[in-house]
Write a protein that binds this ligand. Structure first.
Ligand SMILES: Cc1cc2nc3c(=O)[nH]c(=O)nc-3n(C[C@H](O)[C@H](O)[C@H](O)COP(=O)(O)OP(=O)(O)OC[C@H]3O[C@@H](n4cnc5c(N)ncnc54)[C@H](O)[C@@H]3O)c2cc1C
Length: 336
């Protein structure tokens, strides 16, 4: 039953599964239904069994679990060994990882050990057929991601070897509503670990608190190069403040030092899906759109009527943001 599953590596912190892993379980469910196979999850840590029901509620049928105090924090050697063991024993056809620091460290180690392909930073995953050297491969994983500096969207396949593996960034796949009636079978992996697998010990970990929560924001007001300067970003912040919104930015604005990198939206920033996204002085390059085009409503303010951002905006305002934003703030304040 487990063979041929779509497997997700569940990244955990303090026994709590990372959002990106849960998003991937939802995507794995979709892919597995298309393939007619099961969804499995690999969950390692100190005390992680509490997360089995959450992973099940989002679509996993089976959870391979290892609980060991030495696995409290991620370290590459034991985690990659466990992942290689789990994949070798249960032979999933697809394995997905979050494109986090941890996933980016773990997945290549597993890929090189198993001598299988790995595509990093996918923005979409689909199932389809592929013909190569007159050989036809049915139902393989299309690993889709921007390539050549975002100028093309490439579909990458690795049909000859299983599992097909990919990493996906947080926020790219949609989180589904949990179905609490769903249950998963828990399978304990008898971990083949010895003391040589723990050459280093993490005594404590200090995490810097996030100051910007773009992913959780319902409204985002973002500024780009059109804002003109760090000082003028106050205008974007003022509109965000009036609307109770988070402040976002294009990469060009970040690179110019108008605002910190933690505000960047896009392919190499955060992927967002707010109810309302207001793009101020942002042209709408593909790398920016990749991180925000799934927003429920998009308002674009741009002085150039030909700016590509208007192609995806639900409402477009052609004008100078230095005039438009103060008028928006005034109009909004007059109504509340
Ligand atoms: C590998 C790679 C990854 C990338 N990742 C990202 C990413 O994650 N996020 C991202 O954003 N970009 C990313 N980029 C960069 C991207 O290609 C664009 O360069 C960038 O998004 C442009 O930012 P912008 O729209 O602010 O600037 P510009 O393209 O310079 O656009 C500025 C806009 O402001 C308008 N404007 C000017 N003055 C005013 C005014 N007074 N009032 C109103 N409008 C005005 C102009 O008409 C113009 O449309 C990436 C690029 C590469 C190669």
């Amino acid at each position: 039953m487990s063979e041929n599953s779509v497997m997700v590596y569940i990244q955990q912190n303090g026994g709590k599964a990372a959002d990106v892993s849960l998003e991937l379980v939802c995507k794995a469910r979709e892919l597995a239904d298309r393939l007619g196979v099961t969804v499995s999850a690999a969950l390692f840590g100190e005390k992680v069994a509490g997360e089995v029901s959450r992973v099940a509620s989002l679509g996993a049928d089976k959870v391979y679990i290892v609980e060991d105090a030495r696995l409290k924090y991620y370290t590459p050697i034991p985690y990659s060994k466990l992942m290689i063991q789990t994949i070798s024993e249960h032979k999933p056809q697809i394995v997905l990882y979050g494109a986090t620091t941890e996933g980016r460290d773990l997945a290549p180690r597993v890929a090189s050990n198993l001598k299988v392909g790995l595509t990093a930073d996918c923005t979409d995953l689909q199932i389809g057929d592929h013909t190569q050297k007159e050989k036809e491969y049915k139902n393989i994983l299309y690993q889709i991601r921007p390539a050549f500096g975002g100028n093309i969207i490439a579909t990458i396949v690795s049909p000859e070897k299983k599992p097909q593996m990919a990493t996906v960034r947080e926020g790219v796949m949609r989180m589904m509503e949990p179905d609490k009636s769903r249950k998963a079978e828990t399978v304990k992996i008898s971990a083949k670990l010895d003391k040589n697998d723990f050459p280093s010990e993490i005594i404590d970990r200090v995490m810097e608190a996030k100051t910007v929560n773009l992913k959780g924001a319902q409204i985002i007001v973002s500024g780009g190069m059109g804002v003109g300067s760090k000082e003028n970003f106050a205008l974007v912040r003022e509109l965000a403040h009036a609307l109770g919104a988070e402040v976002g930015a294009s990469r060009a604005a970040v690179d110019q030092g108008f605002i910190g990198k933690e505000h960047q939206v896009g392919q190499t920033g955060t992927t967002v899906r707010p109810k309302l996204y207001i793009a101020c002085g942002i042209s709408g390059a593909i790398q920016h759109r990749a991180g925000m085009d799934a927003s429920a409503r998009i308002i674009a303010i741009n002085s150039d009527p030909e700016a590509p951002i208007f192609g995806i905006a639900h409402y477009g305002i052609v004008g100078d943001l230095n005039e438009v934003i103060p008028r928006m703030i005034k109009a909004y304040k007059a109504r509340v």
